[in-house]
Design a binder for this molecule. Structure first.
Ligand code: PEP
Ligand code: MG
Length: 544
């Protein structure tokens, strides 16, 4: 048995025969063209075909991996239309009188190198895309047929590297997994494979052509590939493979079902998101709504302060796409670890205890009003909740609500439509728990942010890895504060959810249900596993 390691891009097992995926090495020599006009025509035909091909790949990726992952092919189509690239290729054919192959290779390599040397990380990454489009034109000119390299039997491919267009063109029914010597875990190829649920390793330096045709198993949990695995290992990993398959099928079956315990208590299971790019994950994982839209990511993803229109667009897109499901948008929680250059915030000794979230918003009223106006305008398009972070006093909550009301009156005076919305408070400071009765009088719902609540209760900086030995994620004080919040909310008819990471902890689900929590908002992938636990829980039996 041979064992080799790499970086895993998916926790999964693939079992099958290895197929060596080796595109023919074409050594493109500087050959003078006999007929430059004919070369130009060959290039123009290949160029047109390559653009068409990108849109075919776009549609394929859209169906197999979703819009966000398909976008790379839209970029490719745009890059193919780039004037500098087109003129560079044509110059080499017309002025240097070279073949179309040589012109395409030289001009695209030159352009890719320019991008590779750029400072900006986004631009740097485009170098791989330019190599990819150059290769797609070369494949057409040379008559290379990528699909045929895969063979006709289901297999684990091993390759030096795979570019996104190759990954999409591969027949998924024959692709059990793949292992590459190059590549990174965040490359488009890795992201595509992950979203298509294909176990794969990148950066596996020990890949060897002699593996071709041999039996193999990829263990994505460990980041290993085994060639000619021992019988015991094969048995163990086959068992794990079957368990994974069953678990996936079981979760699929839970789509459309209620989050109801065996004794009949139903809770809401919502998703946490960071922007419109996550709409698909909410839908695919059948979340009942969004319990936390961290709107600061709209700011963090923007080079400049996003204006009212840009924010409105992002909020509307989410609210409208998910209507009539409830979408709770938390107002901007900037500060501490989430800093933005254009905000020009001072450096602070204790940023987690510093000028952040609602404190910034109440101080910079115009900044806050821009967001509130965008939120209120978006409320007309669906079912919205507006939630304020880091609240420690009733005065703060009232002040935030007053500014919201001011924005509402301004918009109504401007004749702008506004929908119904609920108002909520994040409970993420011990102070807010202790005054939860008073806060509950002022809002429709609470959402417990256990990440910050744990940090502030235990005085453990959540960013500081050195403190892990001192940290107890199930600290009894935090659990007691959660219980107190739920009880206080319910005394005043305010519903209570949990949107911090603890909400997704399966070992606490039953406990939270017994406390009477109304909603759990978790990362989209945890929605169905949580539904499974809830449906298997019986609260009429004594707690274990
Ligand atoms: C929390 O503090 O638990 C929370 C959900 O907010 P964030 O993680 O964004 O601070
Ligand atoms: Mg928080």
């Amino acid at each position: 048995m041979i064992e080799a390691t790499g970086k895993s891009i998916l926790n999964g097992i693939a079992i099958g025969k290895v197929k060596l995926y080796k595109p023919p090495v074409v050594d493109i020599q500087p050959v003078k063209a006999d007929d430059p006009a004919a070369e130009l025509a060959r290039y123009e035909e290949a160029h047109e075909k390559a653009i068409e091909q990108q849109w075919v790949l776009y549609d394929k990726a859209l169906a197999e991996a979703g819009e966000e992952n398909a976008a790379v092919f839209e970029i490719h189509a745009m890059l193919l239309e780039d004037d500098d690239l087109i003129n560079g290729i044509k110059d080499i054919i017309n002025n240097e009188q070279m073949t179309a192959e040589y012109a395409v290779k030289t001009a695209s390599d030159n352009m890719a190198q320019i991008f590779a040397q750029m400072e900006d990380a986004y631009m740097k990454e485009r170098a791989a895309d330019i190599y990819d489009i150059g290769q797609s034109m070369l494949d057409i000119l040379l008559g290379n047929d990528v699909e045929s390299l895969q063979g006709t039997e289901p297999s684990i491919l091993i390759a030096e590297d795979l570019v996104p267009s190759e990954t999409v063109r591969l027949d998924k029914s024959l692709l059990l997994g793949f292992v590459t010597r190059e590549g990174s875990t965040n490359s488009h190829t890795a992201i595509l494979a992950r979203s298509m649920n294909i176990p794969a390793l990148v950066q596996c330096k020990d890949i060897d052509d002699s593996w071709d045709g041999k039996d193999a198993i990829i263990d994505g949990y460990k980041g290993c590939i085994y060639i000619d695995p021992d019988p015991e290992l094969r048995e163990e990993l086959t068992k794990k493979y079957n368990e994974d398959k069953e678990a996936r099928a079981m979760l699929e079956e839970l789509k459309g079902k209620d989050n109801t315990t065996l004794d009949g208590k139903t809770v809401k299971v919502y998703a946490n998101i960071g922007g419109p790019q996550d709409i698909k994950a909410v839908q695919e994982n059948d979340a009942g709504g969004v319990g936390l839209f961290r709107t600061e990511f709209v700011y963090l993803n923007s080079k400049d302060n996003p204006d009212e229109e840009a924010q409105f667009k992002a909020y509307k897109e989410v609210v409208e796409a998910l209507a009539p499901k409830l979408v709770i948008l938390r107002t901007c929680d900037i500060g501490a670890d989430k800093t933005i250059d254009y905000m020009n915030l001072d450096k602070e000794e204790n940023p987690a205890l510093g000028f952040r979230a609602i404190r910034i918003c109440l101080t910079r009223k115009d900044f806050f009003k821009t967001q509130l106006r965008a939120l209120l305008r978006a409320s007309a398009y669906g079912n919205m909740g507006i939630m304020f972070p880091m609240i420690i006093s009733v005065a703060e909550l009232k002040a935030a609500k007053e500014i919201l009301e001011e924005c509402k009156q301004e918009l109504l005076a401007e004749g702008v439509a506004i929908g119904e919305y609920q108002i909520g408070t994040m409970i993420e400071t011990p102070a807010s728990v202790i005054i939860a009765d008073e806060l509950a009088e002022e809002c429709d719902f609470f959402s417990i942010g256990t990440n910050d609540l744990t940090q502030y209760t235990c005085a453990i900086d959540r960013q500081n890895a050195k403190l892990e030995p001192f940290s107890d994620t199930h600290h009894p004080a935090v659990l007691k504060l959660i219980q107190m919040t739920i009880e206080a909310g319910h005394r005043h008819g305010t519903w209570v959810g949990i949107c911090g990471e603890l909400g997704a902890d399966p070992t606490l689900t039953e406990r939270f249900l017994r406390m009477g929590v109304d909603e759990l908002s978790v990362n989209p992938k945890s929605v169905l596993p949580l539904r499974k636990i809830i449906r298997e829980t019986d609260l009429s039996k004594p707690a274990e």
